[in-house]
Design a binder for this molecule. Structure first.
Ligand SMILES: [Zn+2]
Length: 135
């Protein structure tokens, strides 16, 4: 994130990136839809407001951006050295929150799959994983 941006631009940027209906999420939704599955989105009554919910199958998919959800061992989850102090605590909290939501959902009897933004680079592989998960 550049220092040239005004704080207004920056928060606009944050809003766009952090909001629901992110680009990776839309891609995964379109893919699942094409595969013939139907689902609900952003189910607020469940822990973490899961992105994609298959109620009858008791299955849930989260689509996580690699930076915003601090993907471990992923280039996309790396914080620029100059911004580490600012971002690291925030992103670590997000990661903890994600994990708490996942555990809560599993305890409620849901199967949970996390798709990372970087998984979208190999669509055929991703499709196979989705098929196996949703079968
Ligand atoms: Zn990643």
């Amino acid at each position: 994130m550049s220092d040239i941006m005004t704080s207004e631009q920056r928060s606009e940027n944050m809003r766009r990136i952090c909001s629901t209906n992110t680009q990776p999420e839309m891609k995964v939704r379109r893919l699942i839809h094409r595969m013939g599955y139907r689902y609900r989105i952003h189910v607020k009554k469940l822990p973490g407001t899961p992105d994609i919910v298959f109620s009858a199958r008791r299955k849930i998919i989260f689509v996580h951006g690699c930076f915003w959800h601090f993907h471990q061992d992923c280039r996309g989850g790396r914080i620029p050295q100059s911004k580490i102090e600012y971002w690291k605590p925030k992103l670590l909290r997000t990661r903890e929150r994600d994990e708490a939501h996942r555990k809560a959902l599993v305890e409620l009897g849901w199967d949970v799959l996390v798709i990372w933004e970087c998984d979208l680079r190999e669509i055929s592989e991703l499709e196979a994983r989705l098929k196996e998960f949703l079968h």
